[in-house]
Ligand binder design. Structure first.
Ligand code: PEP
Length: 242
């Protein structure tokens, strides 16, 4: 799968131009999802516009609020996301873990809420630079993976996104990506006591210069692309050539 994460960038005009271009250039392949994650306020607009272009670009949300047992002004529920036709939701992105203080408990609840509505979580995990330098990466990833209920882990996509690689232009070396994807898959197999593998996608400064090498690894099941996905031609090329 190839995922475009627009973060807090976008407008109706930019979305129209992107969808027009991607719909024209992209050759959707069965089994390789093309997922567009615009800002939440444009989900409905994007979904409608993609429908008009008759292309199987799926919609993912960047946002989902947890613990909605009482009224919460401004919150987004999984029921709303399902109503909008969202098939995926990004959960645990490092920017949200850091800036919104998202704990494992919160993420676990979001995860559950998404699954309840048949929305596939794209669950982001990754280490900071200092954790990497202290050789703590595997420990950090394991703790983050433990937020997911054991019986539900097979229902998600894991995104390995080293925090130091996001938006920095400094992507992880392929050897590190392979090592960590293998570790994540093994950890999940041990945790679930099941032989079925989960998909692990990589995110962190993927661009036209590095996507081929990263995606060519059998350990990499897809790409989560931030900055570079804003350019429609770049995104289409990465999708078509991966
Ligand atoms: C992201 O936001 O998930 C991401 C991977 O961003 P970028 O591609 O810009 O590093």
């Amino acid at each position: 799968m190839i995922v475009a994460n627009w973060k807090n960038t976008g407008s109706k005009e930019l979305i129209r131009a992107w969808v027009d271009s991607v719909s024209q250039d992209i050759d959707i392949v069965k089994g390789k999802d093309c997922v567009f994650c615009p800002p939440t306020c444009y989900l409905d607009y994007s979904k409608d516009y993609i429908k008009q272009r008759n292309k199987d670009i799926k919609i993912g949300s960047q946002e989902l609020d947890s613990e909605l047992t009482s009224p919460l002004t401004g919150a987004i529920s999984s029921q709303m996301l399902a109503d909008l036709g969202c098939e995926f939701v990004i959960i645990g992105h490092s920017e949200q873990r850091i800036h919104l203080n998202e704990s494992n408990e919160i993420l676990s609840d979001k995860f559950l809420k998404a699954i309840e509505r048949d929305i596939i979580p794209i669950f982001c995990i990754g280490e900071t630079k200092s954790q990497k330098d202290a050789d703590l990466t595997k420990e950090v990833l394991s703790k983050q993976l433990d937020a997911i209920q054991t019986d539900l882990v097979s229902k998600c996509i894991i995104a390995y996104e080293p925090v130091w690689a996001i938006g920095t232009g400094d992507h992880a070396e392929i050897s590190l990506i392979e090592k960590m994807h293998t570790y994540i898959k093994e950890y999940v197999i041990n945790k679930t006591k099941s032989s079925s593998q989960i998909s692990v996608v990589y995110g962190g400064s993927v661009n036209l210069d590095n996507y081929k090498e990263i995606y060519s690894s059998t350990e990499v099941d897809g790409l989560l692309i931030g900055g570079a996905s804003l350019d429609a031609c770049t995104f289409s090329e990465i999708y078509n050539m991966s």
